[in-house]
Ligand binder design. Structure first.
Ligand code: ZN
Length: 282
């Protein structure tokens, strides 16, 4: 499942390739699940819009759209109904969703749910075999939670310090920070020396300072690794083989800690498996 760093990488790759392009027409498949907004609304918002920017918000890809200047109205003509000047197309990749940028003659893959014809001649397609991905349009893209890469230390501490829940659960709570997934939470806690089950309210300011730094570090390292594989996500025959951060604890239960050789433990917290070193983390 694409996590924040993967989505950031994909959004950057798309931004480089499609910013400034205009969406000439839109085809949407018959399957209803991928369409979070009505098909007609998606089509009318996207068609004739210019892609002004592509960015990530949480685990969503947001396309900022604007309308090229309307043609001058004839003096006696009726005014056309004004379109909203700025809107957003929001793509959530779900488990298996993929954006494909390709030439129109490229074979249309099974499980293609949307095809945007761009004025540059290329097509931007959304492919999703398992259909947990979602496409929607809005004029006010907003998501709960704060961006983990942007949050400052004081706000970070204030999010967590009164919480009685395990810090691991708090890190995964999308209403607090958006986009931190299971792997990145475990890796951040290891680097900060905090056990995943520690109640957030018992963590010292010093430890929060480390955690604040390690969350950003872990995400930024993963984004940096993704930089070289951007084309995989958006090219015609891209595979979904995501780059990976070198895990220090995640998925290594029973293996020796890379720092102290103590076997890594695995526990389940709020239904999610959590990995930690019983010696390095407390
Ligand atoms: Zn250790």
């Amino acid at each position: 499942m694409p996590e924040l760093p993967e989505v950031e990488t994909i959004a950057r790759g798309l931004a480089k390739r499609v910013t400034g392009d205009v969406i000439d027409s839109v085809w949407l498949g018959r399957k209803k699940e991928p369409l979070k907004s009505p098909a007609a609304a998606i089509a009318s918002t996207l068609e004739n819009s210019r892609i002004a920017a592509v960015r990530r918000m949480g685990k969503h890809i947001v396309f900022d759209l604007d309308r090229p200047q309307p043609a001058p109205q004839p003096a006696n003509g009726r005014r056309a109904k004004p379109e909203p000047a700025n809107s957003q197309w929001i793509v959530h990749l779900g488990m298996t969703g993929r954006m494909q940028l390709c030439e129109p003659q490229a074979e249309i893959e099974k499980h293609t749910h949307a095809i945007l014809k761009l004025s540059s001649g290329r097509e931007l397609r959304f492919v999703d075999p398992r259909r947990f991905g979602r496409l929607s349009v809005t004029t006010s893209a907003e998501f709960a939670g704060l961006e983990p890469l942007e949050i400052d230390l004081d706000r970070f501490i204030s999010l967590f310090r009164r919480r009685k829940t395990p810090i691991k659960s708090a890190l995964l709570n999308q209403k607090l920070l958006r986009g931190v997934g299971n792997i990145y939470a475990d890796e951040s806690l290891f680097r900060a020396g905090i056990r995943p089950r520690r109640r957030a309210s018992t963590i010292s300011r010093d430890q929060f300072t480390k955690l604040h730094r390690s969350v950003k570090e872990v995400l930024q390292e993963a984004i940096a690794r993704g930089g070289s594989s951007i084309s995989d996500y958006v090219d015609a025959d891209g595979e979904a083989g995501f780059f990976q951060l070198e895990h220090r604890v995640y998925g290594r239960d029973g293996e020796p800690c890379l720092v102290c050789r103590t076997p890594i433990k695995r526990v389940v917290i709020a239904g999610r498996s959590s990995h930690f070193c019983p010696n390095c983390q407390n």
